[in-house]
Design a protein. Structure first.
Length: 202
């Protein structure tokens, strides 16, 4: 909620006194006259939180940037990517030699990242538990994974295809709903039973 507008009252007597003080006997400087309507003026004051939030965020980013090592050069990144691809291909060839029926692995895409985060969140909320076993729930870990999906949605906004965007929004909606249902169950279990009503003595 924004602060109410504040008024600043201009005392014209002080302006007049300053004009007389600034004038010299030889030459009177030309000054803009204060309009007759000058009086209370509307002053829109920004809230301190709004003005301080941006510099604090920029300072935090600069501090984080100072702690990071220098970024690799384009040539270093290119060489490393080539070596990585060759190493990954060697591992895939070894796996396929041991398991001839296994086909070539499809290239990893955006949908794999979303699916991985989705599965992690659901497992952290107890999904996939074997029948007869007690579900192991990591509610804080689930919240963090769901928040990561939210960050992904925010940072990729406007850069996704319609299919990828719809998939991400659907997954995010699904895991948030599962989180709400689970936390409601946890809250219900943690609420103590109300005390019995007092009996009236006759």
């Amino acid at each position: 909620m924004s602060d109410p507008p504040k008024f600043e009252v201009i005392d014209r007597r002080k302006i007049k006194a300053e004009e007389e003080k600034d004038q010299t006997p030889e030459k009177k400087p030309e000054r803009e006259s204060v309009p007759a309507s000058a009086g209370p003026r509307l002053v829109i004051a920004e809230s301190p939180a709004a003005t301080s939030a941006k510099p604090e965020a920029e300072a935090a980013d600069e501090e984080t940037l100072g702690e990071l090592p220098p970024a690799p050069s384009a040539e270093e990144s290119r060489r490393q990517k080539t070596a990585y691809d060759a190493s990954a291909q060697r591992i895939e060839d070894l796996v396929r030699a041991q398991n001839p029926g296994v086909g070539a692995q499809p290239p990893v895409g955006f949908e794999h990242l979303v699916q991985q985060l989705y599965l992690s969140a659901m497992i952290q909320m107890g999904a996939g538990t074997q029948e007869g076993q007690r579900a192991r729930v990591d509610i804080m870990g689930a919240r963090q994974t769901i928040d990561l999906l939210g960050v992904l949605a925010e940072k990729t906004k406007g850069n996704l295809t319609d299919v990828d965007d719809r998939m991400l929004q659907t997954v995010l909606f699904d895991v948030r709903m599962a989180f709400l249902e689970l936390t409601n169950m946890i809250s219900m279990q943690g609420v103590p039973a109300p005390p019995p009503p007092p009996t009236k003595k006759r």
